[in-house]
Design a protein around this ligand. Structure first.
Ligand code: HEM
Length: 148
């Protein structure tokens, strides 16, 4: 297996962990925000691991960006869906989502009350997750990678 395929499988596989952690963090943040629950150590860790998982995707994605045959810079790039998506759209959407998760996590750390901590995770992680899901779906390869 060459380096391109190795990083692609790793990046592709880590997507399931990212999606699962995001789902758990979001459901728990909304439930605990609405239910006015304290901010537990378990939740703090879940929110942290979720952020670490997307930061890992960022590193793997950057490596892949240099290896992928779909990342091209020429006159045809923007005219074809695959090259446009992988050269421009995927990286743009995912970077915005990763920044939002980082901001939400940092604001949850600084917030003084448990409610404010839950609220920051709930809102920022939810918007980021919607962007991530939309980005994967528009790749045309299926959210869970079953279509190719
Ligand atoms: C939350 C963050 C991210 C998620 C969930 C994610 C998810 C994915 C998925 C599902 C694929 C398709 C894999 C396959 O078809 O087997 C993929 C491919 C790829 N991603 Fe990401 N990605 C993320 C962030 C990034 C970032 C930040 C970059 C660039 C810096 C990036 C660059 C790429 C590249 C270049 C490919 C390979 C396209 C190819 O050659 O087939 N990704 N990503």
């Amino acid at each position: 297996m060459n380096a391109y395929l190795f990083f692609k499988y790793l990046h592709s596989g880590l997507r399931y962990i990212v999606l699962l952690l995001l789902l758990l963090a979001i459901v728990s943040a909304w439930a605990n925000w609405i239910g006015k629950k304290p901010y537990s150590e378990g939740q703090r860790k879940l929110n942290l691991f979720t952020m670490i998982s997307v930061h890992t995707q960022l590193v793997l994605g950057l490596v892949l960006y240099f290896l992928s045959p779909f990342v091209q810079f020429n006159a045809e790039t923007m005219k074809q869906h695959d090259t446009r998506y992988w050269t421009v759209e995927h990286i743009t959407g995912m970077l915005i989502a990763i920044v939002l998760i980082t901001i939400g996590h940092s604001r949850s750390k600084k917030a003084a009350t448990a409610t404010a901590k839950h609220k920051n995770i709930a809102t920022f992680y939810t918007i980021a997750a919607l962007i991530i899901v939309a980005a994967i779906v528009t790749s045309g390869r299926g959210l869970l990678g079953m279509t190719h």
